[in-house]
Design a binder for this molecule. Structure first.
Ligand code: PLP
Length: 447
């Protein structure tokens, strides 16, 4: 059908994160509407959104209060900027709230529009700060293999996934990567989890010593790695990392773009895992992604030298047209109020056992290897059949889930789950019921 929505999409739109040649031929699934944890495509088929869009729609797809706040703000002040000694109410209100709910004492908030932008700018701020302190050689950043921090030039460089580097001429020279602390994936034969953690910490310290501690400004990490495949840090990992960073005077930036605002059963994963960052990067669930919004939340130790440097130069020479956008920040504030009013952080904590228990049940399927997760974030590791290429089995199961009315994401050999925080116990049963049927279908096809 030359004029169908699908055909026009293939003709005019270049999509992210696809094989572009394949997309030109096959197109994509056209989603038309959403309500609660569900989305509906243009044929009327309804799906559970098991990944909350892109790990982000905490309130589900039909929260009227966010639409009302956006409309009211658009009518009152649809746009204003925050350059040149101007400001406005919604950004002030949200900044105050973020400082008040932060997991550790924080002093300032700077708004951006995406997770990548926030990480990119946080990196620029790290460099600016090192210059302010007269440490001109202390600029390197340590990211982690399989870590994901976005796709802009600095954030993409801190990211530790080859697909985000290859042919983009990344990473930048200043970015180095240490090991991924997922025991399930990188534990050696016969190695205990405690020994694995020791090895991860030694890898980190060895890297710091090899590069020279005086050249390293910051360490970047997601408390729980998301886009790398929901990879859990091993026991004792974060405590050990923080001790090493303190020893060598290296800043800690926690990227809570996925984990923040309730995903792990506490408001921030830093609370769940005992992490005390200098800088906290948040996005996604900050506005349930109803509006593009992200924020860099920083402590005084981080902020003060930056303020001094701007004073010396005369200006902090950075800003976006949309920094602190009034509609985005108004929606973000209302979204966080709803998360608090409905105790959705508590919902994630209360449903954790059921959610992880359901995944563990699915892990008994012959096509499954193991399960993992925290709060309402989880993954089922798939056991590929003999002649399957890496990732094919998980992709086949994700496709079968879609046939069953469930959208989830396959990453490597895992299928990943991150449902809206409004999900109920019954809906978790529905979601995993669809996965069980998908596993059976795929197994029957490959028996
Ligand atoms: N950081 C983390 C931990 C993420 O998971 C993501 C996106 O998934 C980003 C940063 C990048 O955010 P964005 O896609 O909004 O640029």
């Amino acid at each position: 059908m030359p004029n169908s929505v699908e055909a026009r999409d293939m003709a005019y739109q270049m999509h992210p994160m696809v094989n572009l040649r394949k997309y030109e031929k096959s197109g994509g699934l056209v989603i038309e509407s959403g309500d609660g944890i569900y989305v509906t495509d243009n044929t009327g088929k309804r799906y559970i959104e098991g990944l909350a869009g892109l790990w982000s729609v905490a309130l589900g797809f039909g929260e009227k209060r966010l639409a009302e706040v956006a409309k009211a703000q658009m009518e009152k002040l649809p746009y204003y900027h925050s350059f040149s000694y101007k400001t406005h109410g919604p950004s002030i209100d949200l900044a105050e709230m973020l400082v008040k709910i932060a997991p550790v004492p924080m002093s300032k908030v700077h708004f951006t529009s995406s997770g990548s932008e926030a990480n990119d700018l946080a990196c620029k701020m790290v460099w600016y700060r090192s210059n302010a302190l007269g440490k001109k050689d202390k600029k390197k950043i340590i990211g982690r293999i399989k870590g994901y921090h976005g796709v802009t030039i600095a954030a993409g460089s801190i990211t530790g996934l080859p697909r985000n580097h290859e042919s983009f001429d990344l990473p930048l020279d200043r970015m180095v990567h240490t090991s991924c602390p997922s025991y399930v994936h990188f534990g050696l034969e016969g190695e205990s989890e405690a020994d694995f953690t020791k090895r991860m910490l030694k890898d980190l310290e060895d890297l710091i010593l090899k590069e020279g501690a005086e050249t390293i400004a910051a360490f970047w990490g997601e408390p729980v790695m998301g886009a790398g495949g929901v990879l859990m840090p091993s026991d004792g990992y974060w405590a050990g990392v923080q001790a090493i960073l303190k020893k060598y005077d290296i800043l800690l930036v926690a990227d809570e773009v996925i984990c923040g605002f309730g995903r792990t059963g506490k408001m921030f994963a830093c609370e769940t895992l005992g992490i005390e960052p200098d800088v906290l990067v948040v996005s996604k669930q900050i506005s349930s992604s109803y509006m593009p919004l992200s924020a860099i939340i920083m402590n005084d130790h981080f902020y003060q030298p930056i303020a001094d440097e701007s004073d010396r130069i005369g200006v902090f020479g950075h800003g976006f047209t949309a920094s602190g956008h009034p509609v985005a920040t108004a929606v973000g504030l209302e979204n966080l109020k709803i998360i608090q009013e409905r105790d959705l952080v508590g919902n994630a904590a209360r449903l954790e056992e059921k959610f992880l228990g359901g995944l563990a049940e699915l892990a008994k399927h012959p096509l499954a290897h193991s399960s993992r997760g925290i709060g309402l974030l989880g993954a089922l590791e798939i056991k590929p059949w003999a002649d399957a290429n890496a990732g094919d089995a998980a992709a086949a199961i994700a496709a079968a889930c879609q046939d069953e009315g469930l959208i989830i994401r396959n990453i490597g050999e895992a299928i990943c789950f991150c449902p809206p925080l409004i999900i109920t116990a019954e809906q978790i049963d529905d979601m995993f019921g669809a996965v069980a049927r998908a596993l059976d279908t795929v197994q029957a096809a490959h028996a």
